[in-house]
Structures are given as structure tokens and as C-alpha cells.
Design a protein around this ligand. Structure first.
Ligand code: GAL
Length: 306
């Protein structure tokens, strides 16, 4: 019995991720039967904690948890440790101190984090812009004027992508940067659209690049850019992360500058493999990392569904 709780179902990327968890469990042909229950944390930690308590009470063999609040990791780890139930954290990385909590104790090797290093995705976004012929500096003033659309800070991905996209851009391009605006869009398309629409009204042609922490918000940004009569690739640039199918299509059509593949297939399979290992009594590593991949007009065809 496998209990899965996703921070909320209404999230583009985590929807692909959870569907692949279910598919991959079904495809396993290892002599075990997996009874997989996937629940919606509804963005509410109390609700999710309740789900976890129920999984434990009902004797589930392993949990796969996409925390609502990463700061709740210690509580969840303690509950699972007391019950002796292995726990695989995905997508929202717990603090290192929490991952170290059971070092040297029995429960170490029974919980793990499976994810991708968000610093890498941020750096790749910076490179996608720095590698453009004009380095994104459309007005040639030696400074990149940009807008940053930030994800939900409960996921450290938001912090790292915001920081590392800009630091890596500066390093690779040798140009200066000027932040015109930075707003929190919680990974959400509608919020991304609203934020970028407002920024376009406020800053107009000054904006050279819109960095979005994910593609959901970048899809919203693309709508706002269109509505404002601006043209990606000509008078503005736009980058995201995740490589959602719609974003890849926009890149192919020249309506988005680039994205970074957040490999939900690799991550979900690694998480399921770890869960299976744990049920079989094998010791888990503390971390399992899956790489990001840069997606630009040059290679987008390789990533589009055939
Ligand atoms: C990120 C992903 C976002 C969102 C978030 C949820 O890794 O890029 O689109 O799904 O996780 O925590």
C-alpha cells in the first residue's frame, strides 16, 4: 500500500508528475502488487498532515510526500519514524537539518528526498538569455532590464531560480542587470499574466526580459506580452522552467525564448524506485538528484511529443 500526497492537484507540473507516479507503478512487473492512493493536499498543511496520519494508521507500507510547507518536514519525519514507515519526499526539498535528523539512528536510510537542484535550473535560465546574439540587451545600454515572476516561496526552487538566473546571467554575459519588478505569482498562470500585464503597463519598452520561475507563469506572461502588442524574440524575451508541452510549442513557434526541462519522468520514476527499495527493506540514499536540461529553439524539436 503506497500513500501519496501532492501539495495541491491544481498545479500543471505536479499533475504530470503524479500521473507518471501512477503510470510507472502500474508498469512495474516485479511480482508485487501496488495499491497506490494519491491524495490532494489542497495547499493546506493541516489537511495533508491529516492524510499522512490516516495513511500511517491504516498500515500503509510507504509514503511519497510532496509537502505543502517544507518547514513541516521534521514533524512528518518524526511521525513516520515512530511508525517505522519509509517516506520519500518529492519536489519540495526539506531543510538539510531535517534530512540529517536521524543520522546514525535506525530510521536513517528509510527516508529520502528525490528532486532536481534548482540552482541548476536558474543558471540555465540565465544562460538561455546570455547566449542570445544580443545577450538580451535589446536597447544596447550594457544593462539587462528585467522583470522576475516568482513561484510560491514554500518551494526553495523559487528562491534559487530567482537568484541563480540573474547571477549566472551576469557572469556569462559580463553585462549589468537592473531589476524593474519582482512579484510573487505562486506558480500560477493567471497570476503570471496579471503580474506581467501590470509590469508592461508600468515599464513598457524598458522591459527586455521576463524571467518566470516556471512555465505555468510564463504561459500567462506570453498572453500578457501578446495582448500588449509586444513580440518575443524581437522586442522582448521570455524564459520559464518545466518544459510543459504548451511552452515547448511556444518556443517552436518563436513565442517564447526558452525553458528548462524539469524532468517529471525521471523524478517520478526515481521516487517510485526508491519507494520500492524501501518496501523491500533496502537502505536509501539521503538524496537522489535528477538533472535539468536547457531547452531552446535549437533543440526543442527533440523534446516535443512526436
Ligand atoms: C516546481 C515546478 C513548478 C511547481 C512547483 C511546485 O519544481 O517548477 O512548476 O510545480 O515545483 O512545488
Amino acid at each position: 500500500k503506497v500513500g501519496v500526497s501532492i501539495y495541491k492537484f491544481d498545479d500543471n507540473f505536479m499533475t504530470l508528475y503524479r500521473e507518471e507516479i501512477a503510470n510507472y507503478f502500474k508498469s512495474l512487473n516485479d511480482g508485487n502488487t501496488y495499491d497506490v492512493t494519491i491524495q490532494d493536499g489542497k495547499g493546506d498543511q493541516a489537511e495533508q498532515t491529516n492524510q499522512i496520519d490516516n495513511f500511517i494508521q491504516q498500515g500503509y507500507d510507504v509514503l511519497i510526500i510532496n509537502l505543502v510547507q517544507s518547514t513541516s518536514a521534521a514533524t512528518v519525519i518524526d511521525k513516520c519514524a515512530t511508525a517505522g514507515v519509509p517516506c520519500i519526499f518529492i519536489n519540495r526539498e526539506p531543510e538539510k537539518a531535517d534530512m540529517d535528523l536521524y543520522d546514525g539512528k535506525d530510521y536513517a536510510g528509510k527516508y529520502t528526498y528525490v528532486g532536481a537542484d534548482a540552482r541548476q535550473s536558474g543558471k540555465m535560465q540565465g544562460e538561455l538569455v546570455a547566449d542570445l546574439a544580443d545577450k538580451g540587451d535589446l536597447n544596447k545600454d550594457g544593462t539587462l532590464q528585467y522583470v522576475m515572476v516568482v513561484g510560491d516561496p514554500e518551494n526553495v526552487d523559487a528562491k534559487y531560480r530567482t537568484e541563480f538566473s540573474i547571477s549566472q546571467y551576469g557572469e556569462k554575459s559580463g553585462l549589468k542587470v537592473e531589476k524593474l519588478d519582482e512579484q510573487r505569482g505562486d506558480w500560477d498562470q493567471a497570476k503570471g499574466q496579471e503580474i506581467v500585464a501590470n509590469a508592461l503597463v508600468k515599464f513598457g519598452d524598458k522591459i527586455e526580459v521576463v524571467f518566470c520561475n516556471n512555465d505555468g507563469m510564463a504561459l500567462g506572461a506570453a498572453q500578457a506580452i501578446n495582448a500588449a502588442g509586444r513580440t518575443v524574440g524581437k522586442d522582448i524575451y521570455l524564459v520559464g522552467v518545466d518544459a510543459l508541452e504548451e511552452a515547448k510549442q511556444l518556443i517552436k513557434d518563436g513565442k517564447m525564448t526558452g525553458t528548462v526541462l524539469n524532468d517529471h519522468i525521471g523524478q517520478s520514476h526515481t521516487a517510485v524506485d526508491a519507494a520500492v527499495k524501501a518496501v523491500n527493506g533496502d537502505k536509501l540514499e539521503k538524496y537522489y538528484w535528477v538533472d535539468y536540461v536547457k531547452v531552446s529553439p535549437d533543440n526543442v524539436a527533440e523534446f516535443l511529443k512526436k
